[in-house]
Structures are given as structure tokens and as C-alpha cells.
Design a protein around this ligand. Structure first.
Ligand code: PAF
Length: 281
């Protein structure tokens, strides 16, 4: 069945109030559209946890820097609606910009902790304040019981989880493993910017992370393994922003010889496209 498309906060409240009256639980999957199988997996996860699934589609200008790809960010609402109908989502919340940031909007969520880990925040300084602000609004507007995020944007998942906990938001944030193509490449809306040749080269990111994880499991010092991964990506023509091992929860640099859980994270440019990926050890 085609999901209902709602464009106003008032309309969203009307729909969710009916569900609440009927004793139904709700999950929200926040997205910026251009949906791929990764997003549809998040919808499936939402359906596992809740009776009703809302998917928000909103390209959030506040999380883009001045020279980032806001204007060329892919948009395909009709395609997204068809995919969400197939996936069994119940409601699409696709508000216009003025509905979300109208009326002299003047509030931003300011973050510390995993949002200041010298990872994405170093290269995209406004990104997490923008993400947290829109995500906080979506949590409040939807009143959802569950929020479903992909582990692909691992730092974002940690930031949002932390925010919900710190601000006592009555919502459970659930992280879903990254969906990958058969060659290991993490699915992302930005992959469509890659040329055919770049798309083939891009698998090197996942390969270098999995090789580093293997070395770490066999006793190599994590940062040494990550430096080797970074060098190999540079040799292959990537411009590396970071390739690093971090504490899986705090995203702090791990203490050497500790047995803390590790996450290996990478961000690198291939031509004009910035790619990110991460894996657990
Ligand atoms: O991951 C995304 O697509 C965005 O950062 C999000 C969470 C929808 C907020 O705009």
C-alpha cells in the first residue's frame, strides 16, 4: 500500500495521535531521500520493532557546509515513495524547508563527546550541530518510540544515541549494520556521483579496513595497522581525510595495549566524491 505523504508538523501530529490512541508503537527512520537498499533495511528494522514506521525525507541544509554538495544532493521523491510502498512504510514525512526552519528559527543543539572526536567534525565543522538539531526536531515532532539509524554513518549514530540519552528523550535509538554491495562497498546515496572506474576503485576502502582489522586481531598495534591502510589508499589515488581506530562507543583514541572494543573508521576522497566507511574489529 502507498504510504501517506504528510508535509506539515500538524498533519504528522494528527496521524501519530490516532496511532497512539489505538495503542500502536512507532519507529522513525530519518533520511534525506535518494533511498537505496540500505535505507529500506532500516525500514525493515523499524517494522521489526514497531507497529507503524515513519520515514522522514528532508535534505537538511543546516548540516551542509558552504562548499559541500547541497545543490547537487540527489533528489527523487517519486522514486523514494515507490520504494517505501514496497518496503511497507506507513507514512512519509516530507516537509518543506519553511515548515522545519520557519518563524525566525534560532535554536541549535550544540554537542561535545563523540561529536568532537576529530573525525567527521574536523572536516565538516557544522555537520553534527545540524544533524542533531534536525534529528531532535524529528524525535519531538514524531513522538516515536524507536529511531532507526545505519551504522554506515557511525559517528552520527553515536552522536544521536548520546543526545537522546543526555536530553532524556523518550526514544530508543537502534543502529543497523551497514548494507554492502556484493563487492563490499557500503551503499550510500553519494555512490551515484562515482564514475564507473571510480566505483570499482572505491572498494579499496572496505578492503583496507578489513585487512587492518585482520592484522589487529592478529596482534598488530591498531594505529600501526591503520597507518598502513591509509598509505595503501593514498597510493591508490585516494585523498585520505582520516583512517583510524577508535573506541567503539566514545570514539576516543584507544589507550595502547587496552582491550577496549574498537571501530575502524575511514573517510577519503575519490575524485570529487567523499566516501566514508567503518567496521568493527
Ligand atoms: O544520515 C542522514 O541521512 C542525515 O544525516 C539525517 C540523519 C537524516 C539527518 O538529516
Amino acid at each position: 500500500m502507498k504510504p501517506k505523504i504528510v508535509r506539515s508538523i500538524e498533519g504528522l501530529h494528527r496521524e501519530t495521535a490516532k496511532w497512539r490512541d489505538d495503542g500502536l508503537t512507532t519507529a522513525i527512520v530519518p533520511t534525506m531521500g535518494a533511498l537505496h537498499q540500505g535505507h529500506l533495511t532500516l525500514v525493515a528494522e523499524g517494522l521489526e520493532h514497531a507497529d507503524r514506521v515513519i520515514v522522514s525525507i528532508f535534505v537538511n541544509a543546516k548540516q551542509f557546509g558552504a562548499n559541500e554538495d547541497l545543490s547537487r544532493y540527489p533528489r527523487d521523491e517519486a522514486g523514494d515513495v515507490a520504494k517505501l510502498a514496497e518496503a511497507g512504510a506507513h507514512l512519509i514525512f516530507a516537509p518543506p524547508e519553511k515548515e522545519m526552519y520557519g518563524r525566525n528559527f534560532a535554536t541549535t543543539v550544540v554537542l561535545k563527546g563523540p561529536a568532537k572526536a576529530n573525525l567527521e567534525d574536523k572536516f565538516r565543522p557544522h555537520f553534527f550541530d545540524g544533524v542533531a538539531t534536525i534529528v531532535a526536531k524529528l524525535f519531538i515532532q514524531s513522538g516515536a518510540d524507536f529511531a532507526i539509524f545505519g551504522q554506515k554513518d557511525y559517528q552520527q549514530l553515536q552522536v544521536v544515541t548520546h543526545m537522546a540519552r543526555d536530553l532524556d528523550m523518550p526514544i530508543e535509538v537502534i543502529g543497523v549494520p551497514t548494507v554492502r554491495a556484493s563487492d563490499g562497498m557500503a551503499l550510500s546515496s553519494r555512490n551515484q556521483y562515482l564514475t564507473k572506474t571510480e566505483r570499482k576503485q572505491a572498494t579499496a576502502i572496505y578492503k583496507s579496513l578489513t585487512q587492518a582489522a585482520e592484522k589487529i586481531r592478529n596482534g598488530t598495534d591498531p594505529q600501526k595497522a591503520m597507518r598502513a591502510a591509509s598509505r595503501s589508499l593514498t597510493t591508490l589515488g585516494f585523498k585520505v581525510d582520516y583512517v583510524t581506530a577508535r573506541n567503539a562507543e566514545t570514539l576516543a583514541v584507544p589507550v595502547s595495549h587496552s582491550h577496549e572494543p574498537l571501530r575502524l573508521l575511514a573517510a577519503a576522497w575519490l575524485g570529487k566524491t567523499r566516501l566514508i566507511d567503518n567496521i568493527e574489529v
